[in-house]
Design a protein around this ligand. Sequence first.
Ligand code: DNO
Length: 393
Amino acid sequence: MEKTWRWFGKKDKITLSMLRQIGVEGIVTALHDVPNGEIWTEEAIKDLCNYIESYGMRWSVVESLPVCEAIKYAGPERDKLIENYIISLENLGRCGVKTVCYNFMPVIDWIRTDLEHPWPDGTTSLYFDYARYAYFDIKILEREGAEKEYDDATLAKVEELDKTMTEADKLSLIDTIIVKTQGFVNGNIREGDREPVRIFKSLLAKYDGVTKEDLRENMRYFLAAVMPVCEKWDINMCVHPDDPPMEVFGMPRIVTCAEDIEWFLNAVDNPHNGLTFCAGSLSAGPHNDVMEMARKFASRTHFVHLRSCNYLGDGNFIEAPHTAGRADLVELIRIFEKTKPGLPMRVDHGKTMLGDEKMGYNAGYSFHGRMLALGIVDGMMAAVRKEMREGLI
Ligand code: DNO
């Protein structure tokens, strides 16, 4: 597999010369300054390609070329936005950047309720507490009818939390769920936005009445429209699974399990329509057998995120070290090395450790924690390649 790293552009405190020293081969990035829906020009793409190449690496994967909300909920401007998307793909193709990660999650990308969950060893990792998520939904968003979507045990925990949550705790939960985890990945809400809850509610309202079937149809429509340009330039689209893999805030989510993945792969049955196999997102759902899914979907996988979660029951999960958790990364590497040896992979997220906490990195995107994870995964890959050379697997 190709060792890649998510880098947030020239303003990233983690520089390309640092990445070169730790053995990174390919860069995963985006034109972060271009607002969602606008065209990525050939000039801007080429400029970034050249910059990355001047450090001895290549721009391997786009993460992400964002799919605007109006494409997801089928607003009147969707055809224009898809047209822009196609032009951006064409420009990427011309510059030789041919793997494009995106997601089809309505309004909100990945969700966590704690960005600094402490471990006994002094490190921290990301964490999802279902009751705190429900608290945000019921008590902060005050989403109509939300209570009906939770079981009694969760509702009881929400009431308990309500007795102790201070105004500062509430602000911090808002910041964690809809600002800090979102600002740098999807552009709907950005750090510094005033009234993020109001913006979030108005975005949710766009999905009133949008069913799972509608969302699936909108994804099919989008994929069918972009396939011709993907064929022309040999671009592989790879959707990121929903994180966590379940419906949230009363909206449908459609990349949560094997059945969902099978659906979109068949709906537009073209090898350029594929998957980002995010082992972390998939392992957060107890319904997912991650290894079986990897075997099943390896041939349509174009990009891999190697990380692992431990499901703790009652909807809670924690991001585990890269040697632990529900996703067996060694076995996943075996599956992908055998099916598609050159597949780009990045270690997704990492613990915060050894001073990372003071650096103001994007949540989940520490330097030392990810470097440690990359070292671990690099060792796993070397061992798997040896097994292959010796005919053991
Ligand atoms: C979180 C990321 C996601 C991912 C997008 C792809 O850390 O894995 O935000 O980049 O969903 O569009």
